[in-house]
Write a protein that binds this ligand. Structure first.
Ligand SMILES: [Zn+2]
Length: 176
């Protein structure tokens, strides 16, 4: 049974085969409201002189202004000084809605964004957000696809960074 020994060696050699996983693929960072992040820091610089500033008062005051600005569409829809169905009438209505949207965008929305982009180490706002996203794995399961990412967020001010895993689930569309 000398041949049997040789066969065993062959079997064990299989354990030495290295399984090379798929190479990670760099994809676009998943940034929402990129424009808000970009303008946030200059706005804070103008108002407070630093990106490290408490934003609660800003949030409260601008929320108040947003609620106040709602009076404008109310006025343009119910007390419009122009004749109904004229260009002036429609323009005033449209303009009043734009005023509300702009106030909300640069007010409460900006305040919320400042919280999301606050550096956990130095506290700078509009400074810490996703910079790098590596697609590491995709698995197809019945009815859904799972995609894994290694995500890195980094701070502009102190260069502090953290890497964490993110998983996306995409459900199949019912085919009918
Ligand atoms: Zn920082």
């Amino acid at each position: 049974m000398a041949g049997g020994d040789i066969h065993d060696v062959d079997v064990h050699q299989h354990f030495n085969i290295q399984k090379s996983g798929p190479q990670p693929i760099r994809v676009h960072p998943n940034l929402q409201d990129e424009f808000l992040i970009r303008i946030g820091k200059p706005i804070m610089g103008l108002l407070f002189g630093s990106p490290k500033h408490d934003m609660r008062r800003y949030g409260f005051v601008t929320l108040g202004l947003t609620l106040l600005s709602l009076l404008f569409p109310y006025y343009s829809f119910y007390q419009n000084p122009f004749t109904v169905a004229t260009e002036g009438y429609s323009l005033l209505e449209a303009f009043s809605l734009v005023v509300v949207l702009v106030t909300a965008y640069f007010g409460p929305f900006l305040a919320l964004k400042s919280r999301e982009t606050k550096c956990p180490k130095c506290g700078a706002r509009f400074s810490y957000y996703e910079r790098d996203r590596l697609l590491t794995n995709t698995r197809r399961l019945p009815g859904r696809v799972l995609t894994n990412y290694d995500v890195t967020s980094r701070c502009d001010e102190c260069q502090h960074f953290e890497t964490y895993q993110d998983e996306d689930v995409e459900y199949d569309q019912p085919s009918n």
